[in-house]
Write a protein that binds this ligand. Structure first.
Ligand code: 13P
Ligand code: SF4
Length: 350
């Protein structure tokens, strides 16, 4: 059997299994998934939209085609009788692994000690482990995504004087710029750099925003010169990027936002336009296929290997093993705090 026939057979088997399970099953797909996975899903979205959908669905089984932290957040928000499944457990996120709960606790204690009498509010990006979300929830903070980072900053500064933002330095820095914070008010805390995350006492004592030293290798790949080059090659083009990109890249773009924002920008650009998109390549490739009447080009080919780990074979295998398949489990000790933090994110809105 050649591979095309095998792929067609697998797709047919997936559709048959979906029909069998009916509304007991919902398949959620993140915008970065392979095109064939997106086509087999029921609902697609950015990470904010998907957690909202996961919290609202009545389905017994939530098949989450994305990476581990996304499925874990859905499991935290799910009702006790619901089960969340990730088709390939090897689909992680290196950035989410850059922050561990004990280090985040230590950073919050360091800031509180050096800024006595001032309230520190932790904000964590959705791209974090449940243990970090739990610390953030228990210590009065919230989760955000790139859809609502600005609103989350407003929310945090209404409640405190100093914000610790974990783990994406660039989303934090790009949002801080929009909020009008200046460089002198920002400290960079990286537990790998030793005591006080490599900051001086003075830096940490005067910071209004403390950023974690984490990053996404898929997005820090893009360079400001690539934006200049795209504008030279395609005069009149629009450039839109994800806010996990470096500050210099975001500063040169026409706009930055979540994957949902990038989809909307391409949809709104209109026939005949040229849109350069600075984000994961699978999404840009799909947008180009879906909009043949406009030119949609990647700022560069940058692929998230973890998002690509979910294949048709993994999806079929997971569906065939339901209901016997082990769902995503969240440590009971982390469930309460993580849920608090995620519910605050949904209250903040997107
Ligand atoms: P969105 O929240 O924009 O969907 O992004 C998730 C992500 O992992 C980006 O790298
Ligand atoms: Fe993580 Fe970056 Fe992949 Fe998003 S694109 S899942 S942040 S590695």
């Amino acid at each position: 059997m050649n591979t095309t026939v095998a792929a067609a057979d697998m797709e047919r088997a997936i559709r048959a299994r979906k029909t069998e399970l009916g509304d007991r099953l919902v398949i959620l797909t993140h915008h970065y998934q392979r095109p064939e996975i997106v086509a087999l899903g029921d609902l697609r979205g950015d990470s904010y939209e998907l957690s909202k959908l996961a919290a609202q669905t009545a389905a017994e089984w939530i098949m989450f085609c994305g990476v581990h932290f996304m499925a874990q957040a859905a499991a935290v928000l799910a009702r006790p009788e619901q089960r969340v499944v990730l088709p390939n457990h090897d689909a992680g996120c290196p950035m989410a692994d850059m922050a561990a709960a004990p280090d985040v606790n230590r950073a919050l204690d360091d800031i509180a000690r050096l800024q006595p009498g001032r309230r520190v509010v932790p904000l964590a990006y959705m791209n974090t482990l449940a243990e970090v979300k739990a610390v953030v929830g228990e210590r009065g903070g919230a989760i955000c995504t790139s859809s609502n980072a600005r609103q989350a900053f407003d929310w945090a500064y209404q409640r405190g004087d100093v914000v610790l933002f974990v783990p994406d330095e660039y989303l934090g820095r790009n949002t801080a710029r929009q909020q009008g914070l200046n460089e002198e008010e920002i400290a960079l805390y990286d537990p790998q750099r030793g005591a006080l995350g490599g900051c001086s006492e003075r830096e940490l004592a005067s910071a209004r925003l403390v950023l974690w030293g984490g990053y996404c290798h898929v997005h820090t790949w893009f360079r400001p010169e690539q934006v200049d080059e795209a504008r030279r090659l395609w005069p009149g083009c629009q450039v839109h990027v994800h806010p996990e990109c470096r500050t210099e890249v975001v500063a040169r773009a026409d706009g930055a936002g979540s994957t949902g924002y990038l989809v909307r920008m391409v949809e709104q650009a209109g026939p005949g336009s040229t849109v350069i998109v600075g984000t994961e390549f699978n999404l840009v490739r799909r947008l180009a296929l879906e909009h043949p009447d406009r030119r949609v080009l990647p700022l560069d080919r940058s692929l998230c290997p973890n998002m690509a780990r979910t294949t048709t074979r993994h999806l079929l295998n997971a569906l065939s093993r339901l209901p016997g398949l082990a769902p995503i489990a969240v440590d009971e000790a982390q469930q309460r705090g993580a849920r608090l933090a995620l519910e605050r994110m949904l209250e903040i809105g997107g």
